[in-house]
Ligand binder design. Structure first.
Ligand code: FAD
Ligand code: NAP
Length: 342
């Protein structure tokens, strides 16, 4: 039986994006199950309407009203698929909150996602940019992604390799952008943790607390405290986390740069390329903590652009372009945006 879901018209998305940009959706509805989603896609009145899938809006920048249908994904549920003495396989609804899921794993001693504590957003958006932090990425524990194709309204399950995961990237952010709606994600969590504590900030906190033996809860707690100190809380000041990706460049280009800028920080990648913290490049161009009208660059983290109040998406985008130009002029490096701009 076809369901007709109630929708809203000219609906403000301000509470639905962490930049707190006051843009409207022409049409807006929430889906709470896969059946509801199928019924929306089956409904011929929406066939030719552009669609935007929305989680918690923590990785989008709205530069204008959305002319089309915003589908707010609230598909919940956590299902235990399989379990062995070493691992557990969980299928998680795309609308579940990511951090609440991480806390659930910590409570049950399921390891693998503790380094991804306190990342905002939904489970369904996590594969889109292969969320990552403190040396761990979603792809490290992801088994598969269940989706529905928007055009054909048919289910398809992508295995890990098919998702084409890369640094803050996947097939869903590129070739298949806006083609599939993620309805659930299957993860493999370890019962015997492998700790990742290479990042300096984690080491510092752990050294202070001197934990013995180390646990996934201690790592999660350390990361939560670091993030709470360093990152602006979107409930208090509008932002979408890192606005740009860290550039990864060829070694020969890096060596030339290092001659000009001997203090440039860097990290060697597995493939021999060099990752440079974008925050350092932006800070070196003088942007850290600077305010430009209603928008600006955060005082503690230059990678985070902020909406100081009544900023528009257009103003944030203009600032991001100003930063990109400065970094390109000074270092010859093109900063790529991480946030999805609409
Ligand atoms: P949204 O912003 O709602 O959507 C993001 C994109 O995914 C959009 O293009 C949307 O159309 C698409 N999308 C969403 N759900 C679906 C779905 N079910 N199916 C298909 N497409 C979908 N990211 C990191 O990787 N690491 C971090 O450490 C990190 N820290 C952050 C800290 C702060 C303070 C903030 C504000 C953001 C941070 N982010 C980080 C970015 C963000 O939290 C993640 O990208 C998160 O996965 C976005 O989830 P969301 O539900 O808010 O997605
Ligand atoms: P940080 O510790 O100040 O380090 C700056 C950058 O250097 C990071 O972006 C990180 O790259 C890189 N880095 C640091 N130590 C490294 C190591 N041992 N090996 C390889 N690379 C290293 O970074 P931060 O801004 O406070 O963020 C901490 C972590 O949270 C990072 O992983 C960051 O990606 C993540 N984070 C992401 C967002 C987002 O919106 N995407 C927002 C806030 C924080 P990587 O980014 O590649 O890890």
């Amino acid at each position: 039986m076809a369901l007709t879901l109630p929708f809203k018209k000219n609906f403000s998305l301000k509470p639905y994006n962490t930049f707190a940009i006051d843009a409207n959706a022409e049409y807006f509805l929430s889906v709470r199950s896969v059946d509801e989603l199928h019924s929306v896609l089956r409904d011929t009145s929406w066939t030719f309407t552009p669609k935007l899938i929305l989680g918690e809006g923590s990785n989008i920048l709205l530069t204008q009203d959305f002319k089309g249908l915003v589908i707010h994904n609230q598909i919940g549920g956590i299902e235990r698929l399989d379990e062995s003495k070493d691992a557990i396989y969980l299928k998680i609804g795309a609308g579940e909150n990511w951090h609440q899921f991480v806390l659930f794993c910590i409570e049950n001693n399921y390891a693998g996602v503790e380094n991804l504590s306190l990342i905002p957003g939904t489970m369904g958006a996590a594969p889109i940019q292969n969320i990552g932090a403190y040396g761990v990425e979603l792809k490290d524990c992801l088994v598969s992604v269940d989706t529905i194709s928007i055009e054909e309204n048919k289910p398809y399950t992508f295995n890990n390799a098919e998702c084409e995961f890369a640094y803050r990237d996947s097939i869903f952010k590129n070739k298949l952008k806006n083609k599939y709606i993620i309805t659930s994600v299957t993860l493999r969590l370890n019962k015997n943790p492998i700790f990742h504590v290479e990042y300096g900030a984690i080491q510092e906190v752990l050294k202070k607390n001197n934990p013995s033996p180390l646990s996934i809860k201690m790592i999660s707690d350390a990361i939560i405290s670091i993030r709470q100190q360093k990152l602006p809380d979107p409930k208090k000041i509008g932002n979408a986390g890192s606005f740009f990706k860290n550039p990864i460049i060829k070694k020969n280009i890096f060596l030339d740069l290092q001659k000009k800028f001997p203090t440039i920080p860097y990290f060697l990648e597995m493939n021999g390329c060099i990752k440079i913290p974008a925050a350092w490049l932006i800070e070196s161009c003088g942007f850290k903590g600077k305010r430009f009208g209603n928008v600006g660059v955060h005082e503690h983290q230059a990678l985070v652009l902020v909406n100081n109040g009544n900023g528009t998406g257009f103003e944030i985008k203009a600032l991001s372009e100003k930063i990109q130009k400065s970094v390109l002029d000074k270092f010859g490096i093109e900063l790529m945006t991480e946030v999805n701009i609409y």
